[in-house]
Design a protein around this ligand. Structure first.
Ligand code: ATP
Ligand code: MG
Length: 778
């Protein structure tokens, strides 16, 4: 193999195949590249592909890794086990979960967040817990946290001794876990915990995997939690041919239980560890790298690293502060639009990163408005949509009737007149007899005082049985079509005829596409496609998977989602204290464990995604739950040395100095031709939509005002933009949905919207945008 494309240290990482190896290195230094080359090298050295395991953090990373290995090896890489932690555990459990001796069988279901919530609701109801006082969400978090630390219900109960609150949690945990087992289901955290349990319990299974996985590699090791660490330890046999790569500065999953000390203390866990540091960055320009280094240097609890690059300094980091989040979003969209029109960039070169999912909506709207193709990665997941969940519940029921939640979800879809009382009766009967819900349905005539409902139930069960028959003979996609047919699901949506119904049909079509694609992929991998296989595939699709590199669109994603990726142009939006870092982090203490340091690592991750151009933006004013919040520029921006930044951070500068876009190009509010629908139609934000048709010139006033003290004046007086007039004025009494009645104190014309100040009776003064506030004159 040609190792010329690696530097000395990288090569060392590739060829040091025996014993534990820690590659600790900063962003963009080629860690992932070393891993892929290492796999290829091992194969070349005669190691059998099936003796190699590479664990990645996301499905996308797994796919990319496989592609990269394919590229180097050419062929023979199929046998390499490349998968995420969760996917790996699913495979192990499918094979051996019966050895746990707890009644799980290999066709188990994987519960997603919604399923878990539904289950928790049932648990709380059964235990008569007042969920107004004790939230289901909190119980789920406590349980997840415990599982990530490998604390099972029994140990949790022991620890809870004498603590009233914890004892309640322990009771919930025990019941929740018992029901999961009854339903033959695992939640996401179980996948890891139960695999660890299995490997600890069953020496033979452990020996089997120790023998199988002679070489184990883990990417993004800094984000492993205690359970994942234990899993890796158990899988690694005596030879300890374990190579982990990571960057303590990029540990950003503490909220999921990631333990940064797994990497900081690797040498203690594996005393024979060979430690390699990579210091040359191949990804970013000099200025971007220096900015990243300067920001992360403010963290205390870290291993010192000195990243350098041979690359040119490149562009300065562009920073822009805007008056409002609208303007911020407009700027990003129009800036990208202009760059593409000028041929300086492709859509796919650009990524917009933000701290919270909620920020995406505005940016999305502006993208639509500018006619820019984009894709949201994360946010509302395709698989969380109602129609998709319905179809999947049918599939789960057909596949494995032991999933009570799936069965109950669809028992009345379409409406069969089976009421809540009947469902309760059947549930009680099921519990008494030790049956699952579906089994109880099959015996419904024995349910006390079931009456006429029995016939309706039998209608349902005979449909499921019929579908099971079909599932034996037909493909997954054919089964889906059969379900849609038998339930009139699509027909009803068609009859409804609304836009929403149409969108639902499109989603269902997409699910069919997915089923067909799954079948093809499975066959290509030499596997027989099965319904269980399809459901598993679906359950494991992380949001990030909707991002396909080959297509040409701008990517919108959270900073967390961007880990490991790189883009020529990166926009980091919402660089504001109070948002990023968030309010809670600001008041947290110091040290590697602190939230502020975690947020700073996230900033470091964001900055280091950029190869050539980095733009950071902030808004002075942002609507949070319909209320105005005023934000200062993020401390992370200010931690970048001034000379590396151009923009309006320190003093207002003439426009041409801080924008690479000529004025004429900056047509934020110009509607692209052919874009027929008024923008306002999309959601409740009426503001920008009502400006449709406004020319470039009218906006330039507020554009020039960015960052200067004349902003307000220019906005108030300089803009002539059509927008719906207010039917109230200063001094009028108005009503608001939340704050009830009040008196209008001030109205400022903000260009595309009015900022209205209202003194609400008994509430106080609130500033709000008219289009949000929906104030009614009294
Ligand atoms: P992150 O910390 O963000 O996960 P990383 O350390 O895994 O980054 P890679 O993604 O492996 O870094 O590499 C970053 C970029 O540098 C990639 O585009 C990669 O192809 C390139 N690169 C890495 N090593 C070299 C090298 N020796 N010569 C040329 N390019 C390299
Ligand atoms: Mg990487």
């Amino acid at each position: 193999m040609n190792l010329d494309f690696l530097n000395d240290k990288q090569r060392e990482g590739v060829v040091t195949t025996e014993g534990p190896v820690l590659i600790l290195a900063g962003a963009g230094s080629g860690k992932t590249r070393v891993l892929t080359h290492r796999v290829a090298y091992l194969i070349e050295q005669g190691v059998m592909p099936y003796n190699i395991m590479a664990i990645t953090f996301t499905n996308k990373a797994a796919r990319e890794m496989r592609e990269r290995i394919d590229n180097i090896v050419g062929f023979g890489s199929d046998g390499v086990w490349v998968a995420t932690f969760h996917a790996s555990c699913v495979r192990i459990l499918r094979r051996f979960c019966e050895n746990l001796g707890q009644g799980y069988s290999s066709n188990f279901t994987i519960y997603d967040t919604d399923d878990c919530k539904t289950l928790m609701k049932e648990v709380c109801k059964y235990l008569q817990i007042d969920t107004k006082q004790f939230k289901e969400r909190t119980f789920l978090n406590v349980i997840s946290d415990a599982k990530n630390k490998l604390i099972g219900p029994e140990e949790f109960t022991n620890r809870a001794m004498g603590d009233f609150n914890m004892s309640r949690q322990a009771t919930v945990y025990r019941e929740y876990q018992a029901r999961l087992r009854q339903n033959n289901a695992f939640d996401f955290d179980d996948l890891i915990m139960k695999t660890v349990e299995l490997l600890r319990l069953d020496g033979d299974v452990r020996a089997y995997y120790n023998d199988k996985f002679k070489y184990i590699m883990v990417d993004e090791y800094q984000d492993t939690n205690a359970a994942q660490f234990e899993l890796v330890r158990l899988l690694t046999g005596g030879a300890q041919n374990l190579c982990v790569v990571g960057d303590d500065d990029q540990s950003i999953y503490k909220f999921r239980g990631a333990d940064i000390y797994n990497i900081l203390n690797f040498e203690q866990h594996f005393p024979a560890a060979h430690v390699i540091k990579l210091e040359q960055n191949y990804r970013s320009t000099g200025n971007i790298l220096e900015a990243a280094n300067s920001v992360i240097a403010n963290n205390e609890g870290r291993k010192e690293k000195a990243l350098w690059t041979e690359a040119e300094d490149g562009d300065k980091i562009q920073f822009q502060q805007f008056d409002s989040a609208y303007e911020e979003a407009s700027f990003i969209a129009s800036n990208i639009g202009a760059l593409v029109r000028k041929g300086e960039a492709d859509y796919k070169d650009c990524a917009v990163l933000y701290r919270t999912n909620a920020q995406s909506r505005l940016i999305e709207e502006k993208m639509i408005y500018e006619g820019i193709p984009y894709k949201i990665v994360g946010g509302v997941n395709f698989y969380s949509r109602k129609e998709i969940k319905d179809v999947l519940a049918y599939l789960k029921t057909v596949d494995n009737g032991s999933d009570d939640i799936a069965v109950q979800r669809i028992i009345n879809i379409p409406k069969r007149g089976i009421g809540a009382t009947t469902i309760t009766k059947v549930s009680d009967f099921a519990r008494e007899r030790g049956l699952n819900f579906y089994e109880a349905l099959l015996h419904c005539e024995e349910v006390p005082s079931i009456g006429k409902a029995a016939t309706k139930i039998q209608g349902f069960t005979s449909l499921i049985e019929k579908l099971r028959q079909i599932a034996q003979e037909e493909s997954v996609s054919a089964l889906v079509e059969e379900i849609l047919d038998q339930t009139d699901y699509v027909a009803e949506l068609k009859a409804e005829g609304t836009d929403e119904a149409k969108a639902r049909i499109e989603n269902i079509d997409e699910l069919l596409t997915k089923a067909v694609a799954y079948e093809k992929d499975a066959r290509d991998d030499g596997e027989e496609p099965t319904l269980s296989g399809f459901l598993e595939d679906v359950a494991l699709v992380a949001d990030i998977d909707s991002y396909e590199e080959s297509d040409n669109y701008v990517v919108l994603m959270t900073l967390h989602g961007a880990k490991g990726l790189e883009f020529p142009r990166v926009y980091m939006a919402g660089m504001e204290d109070g948002l990023f870092p968030g309010q809670a982090a600001i008041f947290d203490g110091g040290g590697a464990d602190s939230e502020l340091e975690e947020e700073r690592r996230l900033a470091y991750v964001g900055i280091t995604r950029a190869r050539e151009h980095l733009t950071m933006t902030a808004a002075r004013m942002r609507m949070v739950r319909g209320e105005t919040a005023f934000h200062k520029i993020s401390r992370f921006v200010k931690e970048i040395p001034e000379e590396l930044v151009k923009g309006n951070l320190w003093e207002p500068k003439p426009m041409d100095d801080y924008s690479s876009t000529p004025i004429g190009e900056y047509s934020v509010y110009q509607k692209p031709s052919g874009f027929g629908k008024p923008f306002a139609a999309s959601t409740s934000y009426g503001t920008a939509g009502s400006t449709a048709g406004t020319g470039k010139g009218s906006y330039s006033a507020s554009r020039y005002s960015v960052g200067s003290s004349t902003t307000a004046v220019a906005n108030k007086n300089g803009t002539k933009i059509e927008k719906s007039e207010l039917d109230y004025g200063i001094g009028d009494r108005v009503s608001h949905i939340k704050f009830k009645e009040g008196t209008v104190k001030d109205i400022i014309d903000e260009g595309r919207d009015y900022e209205v100040t209202v003194e609400f009776d008994g509430v106080g003064v609130k500033k709000m945008f008219a289009s949000f506030a929906k104030l009614k004159k009294l």
